[in-house]
Design a protein around this ligand. Structure first.
Ligand code: AMP
Length: 488
């Protein structure tokens, strides 16, 4: 889930962030406890806020808070209140709209048909334009998230049944969405027509579970059943699961960046194990950009599987030349540019014993602004590295994502301003190479990128946006949202 107005984002908020994570259970006496665990496994997809809405016998219960899942749901009092055998949950990274409580998901609304809670991962590319129309027609928005548009579209739909209202609403939305929703007796899960963001179905005893990634099924011992298909609405109730295809079949365009960076390595997304894909990416990189060196050093944790793949394909020893402090929360390192720089130091430290006097190949998954690379390279030099060669396990990121990955504006993306040689000089390495787009596709799809029918959404790398971008093209988004500032 992301906010609505990209251009107005304050600088302090413009750090790249993950999209969100969603989770839902129907048919388990411990629905909320399982949802809290599922969200914990999805914590990497959003560390800013967490929320659960449960349903028990006609009543909904919720707890939503800024902060990490473990802190939000650690109190037995909180968990005891979230009764019922159905629940939906969400972990979030905000974009515009900022860190305010009323944006914390799942959102909940009371309709003529009863209550509905909804949680969203992705971003609508016509969210603002829909919001403006709805406001003109009298809707009063409580949050600044694009997700709330679904609620108003459903409320004003001329259809009667919940399912039909939802289908009516989704038909008006453009962009990327994996959403889960909960009513009195039903859990819904839906993916956008191109399947840009992930969503899987699992089972736990007689319960049905929906989650952004399979690692959230693993944590509760649920069995993976299948991915929700692009454009599919799954409806889970006492009768079981049934499915509706909302859109004509289209070539799927799953987000390739989930493989590069977002998804947890132990997840299986769209039929491929993320860890194995990342190792293959590293191996491709070694073939495309070999270099004579003594050790291959990952930038932990995101660069580790690709570095393993690189080391084994290149026949160069893999070594842990950088140690990561796991107790540094992302929110902690976020607030200002000054702290952002410091953040890299708080998070990583050189392991002198393996670096000093060695020619090293540093492997990281991506360069966004170049902050991390610059600091890490400096750290390697200070630790006495003889040579520092950087290998990046993705092609250059040259475009913002409008589908739920909060990348900075184009001008702030290092590779949109500088060529590879200039970036090498900027970050201070002896050599730099990125994976080619075909190399990435060989490692993920097993074939080169088909330019006429690409197998993924790779807009951040190619500029090929697979949906309309109504809000971006309109250019008339308001300068400021929200109007009300709220103390967290
Ligand atoms: P930067 O320091 O701005 O170049 O960011 C690059 C680092 O951020 C890499 O080490 C990546 O692992 C990580 N990264 C890449 N994309 C994102 C994202 N969307 N959100 C958070 N971190 C990211």
């Amino acid at each position: 889930m992301a906010g609505l107005v990209r251009p107005a984002r304050p600088r302090s908020e413009s750090r790249p962030r993950d999209g969100c994570g969603v989770f839902a259970v129907l048919g388990h006496v411990d629905a909320s406890a399982h949802t809290a665990l599922g969200l914990h496994a999805l914590q990497h997809r959003g560390q800013e806020s967490a929320g659960i809405v449960s349903h028990d016998n006609g009543h909904f219960h919720t707890h939503r808070s800024l902060g990490l899942v473990g802190d939000t749901f650690s109190s037995p009092d909180v968990m005891d209140r979230l009764t019922g055998n159905a629940a939906v949950g969400h972990v979030r990274y905000s974009t515009t709209g900022g860190t305010i409580l009323r944006n914390v998901q799942p959102l909940f609304a009371e309709f003529s048909f009863g209550g509905l809670a909804i949680a969203h991962n992705g971003n609508f590319t016509n969210g603002y334009s829909l919001r403006r129309e709805l406001v003109k027609r009298g809707s009063i928005f409580q949050s600044t998230t694009d997700t709330e548009v679904v609620i108003h579209l459903m409320a004003t739909s001329s259809y009667h049944a919940v399912e039909d209202r939802m289908i009516d609403a989704l038909g008006q939305i453009q962009g990327a969405y994996s959403m889960v929703a909960l009513t009195n007796d039903t859990v819904f899960g839906v993916r956008d027509p191109l399947g840009i963001r992930p969503l899987v179905v699992g089972t736990l005893d007689d319960a049905t579970v929906l989650a952004s990634e399979t690692c959230a099924l693993d944590i509760i011992g649920a069995k993976f059943v299948r991915d929700v298909r692009p454009g599919e609405l799954v409806i889970v109730d006492a009768e079981g699961l049934h499915s509706v295809s909302l859109f004509p079949p289209a070539r799927r365009r799953f987000c390739v960046f989930e493989y590069i960076y977002f998804a947890r390595p132990d997840s299986v997304v769209e039929g491929a194990g993320v860890y194995e894909v990342r190792k293959r990416i590293g191996a491709e990189l070694a073939r495309e950009a070999p270099v004579e060196a003594d050790i291959v050093v990952p930038v932990p944790d995101s660069g580790t599987p690709a570095a393993m793949g690189y080391a084994s394909a290149a026949g160069i020893p893999f070594d842990l030349g950088i140690v990561r402090n796991h107790y540094v929360g992302r929110t902690f390192i976020e607030p200002t540019d000054r702290i952002r720089h410091l953040g890299v130091r708080l998070k990583h430290n050189a392991n002198r014993a393996s670096i000093a006097g060695r020619r090293i190949v540093l492997v990281d998954d991506s360069i966004v602004r170049g902050t991390t690379s610059t600091k890490i390279v400096e750290m390697m030099r200070e630790a006495g590295a003889a040579e520092v060669h950087m290998r990046i396990a993705s092609p250059p990121i040259v475009n913002p994502c409008y589908y739920g990955v909060d990348t900075p504006e184009k001008a702030e993306l290092l590779a949109s301003r500088l060529g590879v040689e200039e970036i090498a000089a900027d970050i201070g390495v002896d050599s730099l190479a990125y994976l080619s787009i075909d190399g990435l596709y060989r490692a993920t799809a097993g074939a080169n990128r088909d330019d006429d029918a690409p197998q993924f959404c790779d807009a951040c790398l190619s500029g090929d946006y697979p949906t309309g971008l109504t809000d971006q093209e309109g250019g008339d988004a308001p300068a400021q949202l929200p109007l009300l500032t709220e103390q967290a």
